[in-house]
Design a protein around this ligand. Structure first.
Ligand SMILES: [Zn+2]
Length: 276
C-alpha cells in the first residue's frame, strides 16, 4: 500500500476511535486504543506498518513488535494531528488574506488608463481570478481594462501583485521553483504539499521550473554574448585579479524519463537512470 493510502486508512481509524469514545481523549489514549487494534490484528501491521516486520527494521530497532508498533503509531498519530492543525491554520490564514485582498478597489484606476502601445485602455468591468498562494487557493476580483488600438487587456492589480499571466502568487512560485529545481518534479510536488501545504499537479511544477529555466537561459545567453563581443569590463576595481580560475562541475544532471529515450544507459538493463 502506498504511503498516501496508508495515511488515509490510519486517519480513518483515528477518526473512528474518537467517534466511538464519548469523553475527551488525550493523544496517548488514541495511540493506546490504536495499539490495541494493531495487537489484535496482525494483518493491520502487515498492511499499514510493513516496515516493522522487515529484517532491516528489526536489525535497527529490535524484534519487540509490540513496542515497535507503539513507537510507529505515536509517530504517525502525531504527524496526522500536526499536519491537520497546520492545514486548518493555513485555511484560516487564507480566509483572512482573501478578505484583505478583496477589500480594496480591485485596482480600479478610473474610466481609462494608458496602454503600452500609446493608446488608451478603457475600463470594461471586474474579472474574477483564482490565485494559489502559500496560504492556499483564493479568488479575487480585479478591474479589467481593454485597449481598442492594440486589442490587449490590462489588469493593474495583477501587475501590482506580480501575477500577470499566472495563477500562482510570487511566494507560491518561489517555493515551486526551489523544490522543482532541486529534485524530480513529482518529489517537488510531494514536498510542496508536505512542507508548505500547497497542492499542485506535477505538471504545474514542471511548467514553472521550465519557465524559470528559460528566463535564466535568456539572461545567461545575453551575458555570454556580451562576454564574447568584449563588452564586459572588470567587474569591481581597476586592480582586478590577473589570474582567474574557472571550474566546471558536471557529474550529474537530474532528468526525466522522456529525455533519456534512445540513449543507452550504464545500468545492467541498459536503461538510463533518472539521475544519470
Ligand atoms: Zn494598446
Amino acid at each position: 500500500m502506498q504511503d498516501h493510502a496508508r495515511r488515509i486508512r490510519l486517519r480513518r481509524m483515528i477518526y473512528q476511535v474518537i467517534r466511538k469514545t464519548k469523553t475527551p481523549l488525550r493523544l496517548s489514549d488514541i495511540i493506546d486504543k490504536l495499539a490495541t487494534l494493531f495487537r489484535n490484528d496482525k494483518y493491520l501491521v502487515e498492511t499499514l506498518l510493513p516496515e516493522l516486520v522487515s529484517s532491516e527494521w528489526e536489525s535497527i530497532f529490535g524484534s519487540n513488535l509490540v513496542k515497535n508498533t507503539y513507537t510507529a503509531l505515536r509517530y504517525m498519530v502525531l504527524r496526522e494531528f500536526t499536519t491537520g492543525i497546520r492545514r486548518r491554520m493555513l485555511e484560516m490564514g487564507g480566509w483572512v488574506l482573501e478578505r484583505l485582498l478583496g477589500s480594496g478597489d480591485g485596482g480600479y484606476r478610473g474610466a481609462s488608463i494608458g496602454c503600452e502601445c500609446g493608446g488608451t485602455a478603457r475600463f470594461v468591468g471586474y474579472r474574477e481570478k483564482a490565485i494559489r498562494t502559500a496560504l492556499g487557493g483564493m479568488k479575487v476580483w480585479r478591474a479589467y481594462y481593454h485597449c481598442s488600438v492594440c486589442g490587449r487587456g490590462r489588469i493593474p492589480q495583477d501587475e501590482r501583485w506580480d501575477v500577470v499571466g499566472t495563477k500562482f502568487s510570487p511566494g507560491g512560485r518561489r517555493l515551486m521553483n526551489r523544490m522543482g529545481g532541486k529534485e524530480s518534479f513529482r518529489e517537488g510536488r510531494e514536498d510542496l504539499q508536505e512542507v508548505a501545504g500547497i497542492e499542485v499537479g506535477t505538471k504545474a511544477v514542471e511548467r514553472m521550473a521550465e519557465a524559470v529555466g528559460e528566463a535564466i537561459r535568456g539572461v545567461e545567453e545575453e551575458r555570454g554574448e556580451r562576454i564574447w563581443s568584449g563588452k564586459v569590463g572588470p567587474c569591481c576595481a581597476p586592480a582586478a585579479e590577473k589570474i582567474v580560475y574557472i571550474a566546471v562541475d558536471g557529474t550529474g544532471v537530474p532528468v526525466v524519463g522522456r529525455e533519456t529515450e534512445g540513449h543507452p544507459g550504464k545500468g545492467e538493463d541498459g536503461r538510463v537512470r533518472p539521475r544519470g
